[in-house]
Write a protein that binds this ligand. Structure first.
Ligand code: DGP
Length: 221
């Protein structure tokens, strides 16, 4: 009975993949969800931007260059797109389902800061208070290598020069809590490392509270 109650109280882990375009985040997310499910754990994937919502459709039109939006405005829409998913995310996490998330607030900061029209701390504000990830896997690959993997498509940010600046912004933001992964390695070898770290994170965090992201007092605005 006690073991049963303990099991019920376990929450899922929030596991985030970050990095520039074409570094292999989506493949790793998919592999991780499959592996967790195969091992009998509850896991769901989620990607940002979530292009299915009304806000997500606006973002999709912006990324496909069908509409133009001012840099601060689109930044806030990306953040709103994350916030609108929070009730569902919290519900799933509390029910014991781990969430494997393709991009999060760190992309929000890196991509907008790369445009040089807003300071990094300003970029962080709209995402303050989101659920803090238990793990951030940062897939690192030089923009040259990313471009060689497959041609960039026609979306707004898919240009080598801009991606190089996004990579610099990610590098400036990352801290020791991030797991940096050399994304030039094979899919299988990255997956093995990601799975091992994720299983540990699921175990270690299952009875911990979900904390809010970023400390307001540390921002200099
Ligand atoms: P993806 O679906 O992962 O390929 O992402 C689409 C593009 O949107 C990609 O170039 C990265 C960019 N992106 C993702 N999140 C944000 C964000 O919060 N802010 C900005 N400005 N761009 C973002």
């Amino acid at each position: 009975m006690r073991a049963e109650l303990e099991k019920m109280a376990r929450r899922g882990a929030l596991i985030v993949f970050e990095g520039c375009d074409r570094v292999g985040k989506s493949t790793q997310c998919q592999r991780l969800v499959e592996a967790l499910k195969t091992s009998g754990r509850q896991a769901e994937s989620l990607s940002f931007p979530n292009r299915d919502t009304a806000i997500g459709k606006l973002i999709n039109n912006y990324l496909n260059k069908k509409i133009e939006l001012e840099n601060h405005s689109i930044h806030l829409l990306f953040a709103a797109n994350r916030w609108e998913m929070v009730p569902q995310m919290e519900k799933l996490l509390k029910s014991g389902t781990s969430l494997i998330v393709d991009r999060y607030a760190f992309s929000g900061v890196a991509y907008t800061a790369a445009k040089k029209t807003a300071e990094v701390d300003w970029c962080k504000w709209p995402d303050i208070g989101l659920p803090t990830p238990d793990v951030v896997f940062y897939l690192s690959l030089s923009p040259e290598a990313a471009q060689q993997r497959s041609m960039y498509g026609n979306e707004r940010y898919e240009k080598a020069e801009f991606q190089a600046e996004v990579e610099r912004q990610f590098q400036a933001m990352k801290d020791e809590s991030w797991e940096t992964i050399d994304a030039s390695r094979s899919v299988d070898s990255i997956h093995r490392e990601v799975l091992e770290t994720s299983l540990r994170a699921i175990e270690e965090n299952s009875h911990k509270d979900i904390l809010p992201l970023w400390k307001r007092e540390k921002l200099t605005l």
